[in-house]
Ligand binder design. Sequence first.
Ligand code: SF4
Length: 437
Amino acid sequence: MLLDNLPFVTHIEFMTNTTTEIPARPRKVNLRTPEVMERVQAEVESHYRSVIVEAARANGGLLKVGEVTITLAKAFGFCYGVERAIDLAYAAAKVFQDCKIYLLGEIIHNPEVNEQLAQMKIISLEEGENGYDLSGVTSNDVVIVPAFGAEVKVMDELKRIGCQIVDTTCGDVMSVWKRVRQYAQEGVTSIIHGKAWHEETKATSSRAMGPDGKSHYLVVFNLEETDYVCDYIRNGGDKSAFLAKFKGAHSEGFDPDLHLKRVGVANQTTMLRGETEEVQRRIAKAIADRDGGNAGENFRFFDTICGATQERQDALVEMLREKDVRKMDILIVVGGYNSSNTSHLAEMGEAVLPTYFVKNAQQLESLGKIHHYNQHKKIVEVSSNWLPDGPVTVGITAGASCPNNLIEQTIVRVMELKGISPQSVYAEANRIMKNCC
Ligand code: SF4
């Protein structure tokens, strides 16, 4: 976990990130002194490191004990953006010990990581219908902005208050902001493939309105919504029905008759690549059909899926392709249920084999009972007889917000349920590490 490439965490940083926002009071605080960094890294390692995961990685992604084989995806777990956000939050807790430290919502979408921050006395501000309640924040306080970023209006309010802001927004998210701002400057409406309720997409949408706040955006969640928009682009339709369907997913004053003339597609960084490409293709085709065969200047797109999401999806594609070679019986996807990138991994898995999306090892209650999240119904379901009798191969992957220690606990729990003691699992991990490193 490195902070080496980071500049000071200051208000000034925001002035370069979000040119439309109000100027911030310059206040430089260096969070990355060697002394702070050393303590941060030691603490982060003690909280999230896993010998078992490291051993399995060193062993080509395999860990076999008794009749259980664990096979890991080539890429899984914490991404660079999440590591950076956690490092900064931990550093803030050390540097600003005498201040009240707030966090806008969750630093990342993982309950265990957020719980760790709560134990460090970092107070999470919940987002209500009217946004975050910042009424208690004073100029003496510190506010941490999570890896997904925050809406322009929230940033403006923090700057007005004059508190110390620790910005952990991921650089890949800011790349999307840059793209939608450019669309706005060129008079192009942003169509954002994403989840309108997700923090990142809300932050992106606010930037799509441009410097004067008068530009427009529309968020489409899936191909069904995309087709609805495409049909409107080609044939027009009932404006009220359109606006009702996309309630909460479009800019104020959005008029589909006016604002779908010139569009640019961008996406939330954690969407499924295949779906995003299809969204782009369908919208381009609809514009071309409307405009006599050539979308030309009326259509732009920019793929803004981040490298880490792509890597994890590619690794799972490979794993699923090799399902029979690896003799994989089931797949366990570990991560927070509100994590976008994790939910897409689960979606990919369930199309191929029995897949269980779990937030932690406690969900693996017994051989006959597992609690797992059904993202389509948005409920936690209980399945029985989920772990096959006899020799079994369990595939495991995890979202970008899932720490290795949770993956380790899941591995140990699977083994335990098959009668293998944690001591045997650690012994095997230590044997691998001794032989290979
Ligand atoms: S998933 Fe991608 S965009 Fe999100 S924090 Fe990680 S690297 Fe950044």
